[in-house]
Design a protein around this ligand. Structure first.
Ligand SMILES: NC(=O)c1ccc[n+]([C@@H]2O[C@H](COP(=O)([O-])OP(=O)(O)OC[C@H]3O[C@@H](n4cnc5c(N)ncnc54)[C@H](OP(=O)(O)O)[C@@H]3O)[C@@H](O)[C@H]2O)c1
Length: 284
């Protein structure tokens, strides 16, 4: 019997979780092999039967928002159907299930979304994820961690801003707000819930403070002494296939009552980003 299984251990969140949870059994996705693929039901059944896990974390997802718009079957298979199979197996083996959701389940018309607000996705990624959330929540020992703008050891928006400003490029930035969080603080928050809050279930928003993309760029410029060369704020970028919600920020007041450290401030999150830069662990 194993303690914890982590699916999607090669992703931004999955990597941080696997570094923190030394005893966890971690599965990284491999494009060459059908094992470690959460869409492979037979493989999942074998893994559950072998390890009989107490805790299962699904950090695997098809997160390319524009890719999901085009490759809808893949999006549905990874973000929805696979979650159904994992939730069913968690039920069979009485495992506690941690699944990860997104702010993109909302249309972005109002912002500061609460855990109980009704989703209304405007792109296929959001639609596939909300169906996955529903499957996950059909099991009563599930926690759905809903988050926003995750950035870690991979190409991501803050890194794009940093690199663009460093090389003096004038950026185009889409108007709007969200609640970006560094993957390490998200993983640490999840660990705290796993270790200290066995009574919880349902949706919990764990994300950073609400910020506009422009404010984020300005904060990165000032923190790293980069020139803020008057970025152009645009309504949309024509090459993007999927619509983006204007204000997908999340209300994190419930999460703050549960987690005993600062997972949300921009300053704390950019410190993690700076640590990665110092260790050259962001991919450029
Ligand atoms: N990134 C964000 O801005 C953001 C915002 C809100 C919510 N979230 C949610 O947070 C969670 C973690 O996101 P992240 O930023 O860590 O994403 P990520 O870096 O893209 O990691 C996702 C991981 O899942 C793997 N994966 C994809 N399809 C799979 C499959 N069929 N079987 C097994 N593994 C598979 C990917 O492998 P490959 O790279 O080989 O495909 C990747 O390693 C996801 O649920 C995501 O929806 C993310």
């Amino acid at each position: 019997m194993a303690g914890t299984l982590i699916f999607g251990a090669g992703g931004q969140l999955g990597k941080e979780l696997s570094f923190m949870m030394k005893d966890a059994i971690c599965f990284e996705h491999s494009k060459e092999s059908m094992t470690t693929d959460v869409e492979n039901k037979e493989w999942l059944e074998k893994v559950f039967s072998k390890y009989q896990p107490e805790v299962v974390i699904n950090a695997a997802a098809y997160t390319d928002v524009d890719g999901c718009e085009i490759h809808r079957e893949r999006a549905f298979s990874t973000n929805a159907l696979a979650v159904k199979n994992i939730a069913n197996l968690c039920g069979k083996y009485s495992s506690r299930f941690f699944h990860v959701s997104t702010d993109y389940v909302f249309d972005g018309k109002t912002g500061s979304y609460h855990e109980n607000d009704v989703p209304s996705p405007i792109n296929y990624y959001g639609l596939s994820k909300i169906i996955g959330d529903a499957f996950a929540l059909s099991y009563d020992r599930t926690i759905v961690i809903r988050t926003s703008g995750v950035y870690g050891r991979k190409n991501n928006f803050p890194l794009f801003l940093y690199n663009s400003m460093k090389s003096g490029n004038r950026m185009k930035i889409i108007k709007g707000y969200y609640s970006p969080i560094h993957a390490r603080l998200l993983a640490k928050s999840m660990m705290e819930i796993i270790e200290k809050h066995s009574e919880l279930h349902g949706v919990i928003n764990i994300a950073g403070v609400r910020v506009s993309r422009m404010e984020l760029a300005r904060s990165i410029a000032s923190r790293f002494n980069l020139e803020f060369n008057d970025p152009e704020e645009v309504d949309f970028i024509p090459s993007l296939k999927a619509a983006r919600p204007y204000d997908s920020s999340l209300d994190i007041s419930y999460g703050k009552t549960i987690i005993g450290f600062d997972f949300y401030s921009l300053d704390r999150n950019l410190s993690c980003f700076a640590d990665d830069l110092n260790r050259k662990e962001n991919i450029t």
